[in-house]
Design a binder for this molecule. Structure first.
Ligand code: 5GP
Ligand code: MG
Ligand code: MG
Length: 179
């Protein structure tokens, strides 16, 4: 597996440090609130687990799984819910936790879907954001790292379902794509 990787973009230490910063902001912003954090499966599993443990604010956790229709690796913006929330979010303070925002299409669909359920507040936290996402008019309150427009794996992110368990974020060597 080591030879599949081209380089480490973010080490475990860099990820941990950033999540600690984000957790401190979230603690400050949600003081005294009853916060529900929503992880988007499967990519956000690691971010959820580590962010939740870095928070002092007591939270409840729920999960959604969505799939984006469309050919190839580009997201189409047409989204299907594979697993919905177990929680009724009407009147709740909700924070969506994401691994990465690329085109922003999945997230913008998710935001309008969850907004329609009448939460008291709805914000987004993402560990990673790519430049394309900046072009979409979505307000992401908590952003870990803005990264270059490269395909990354690790720390929850996959290539053909592999590499999710890497403790860091890296890029793949060209031979992995080439077969
Ligand atoms: P968007 O709708 O923002 O284009 O798509 C976001 C989703 O695409 C992410 O949740 C993730 O599953 C996938 N994605 C986008 N960029 C990358 C990347 O660099 N690496 C991996 N592994 N997945 C990505
Ligand atoms: Mg995601
Ligand atoms: Mg994937």
């Amino acid at each position: 597996m080591g030879t599949d990787l081209e380089k480490v973009l973010l080490s475990k230490e860099e990820i941990d440090a950033k999540l600690a910063e984000l957790a401190a902001e979230i603690d400050r912003d949600y003081q005294g609130k009853d916060l529900l954090i929503v992880g988007v499966l499967k990519g956000a599993v690691m971010v959820m687990a580590d962010l939740a443990r870095a928070l002092s604010t007591p939270v409840t956790m729920d999960w959604m799984a969505v799939s984006s229709y469309g050919a190839g690796t580009k997201s189409s913006g047409v989204v299907r819910i594979l697993k919905d929330l177990d929680t009724d979010i009407a009147g709740r303070d909700v924070l969506i936790v994401e691994d990465i925002i690329d085109s922003g299409l999945t997230l913008s669909w998710l935001l309008s879907n969850l907004s329609s359920r009448g939460p008291a507040s709805l914000q987004v936290c993402t560990l990673l954001r790519k430049p394309e996402a900046a072009k979409v008019a979505i307000d992401v309150k908590y952003v870990g790292y803005d990264i270059p427009n490269e395909f990354v794996v690790g720390y929850g992110l996959d290539y053909a379902e592999k590499y999710r368990n890497l403790p860091f974020v890296g890029t793949l060597a060209p031979h992995v794509y080439g077969g």
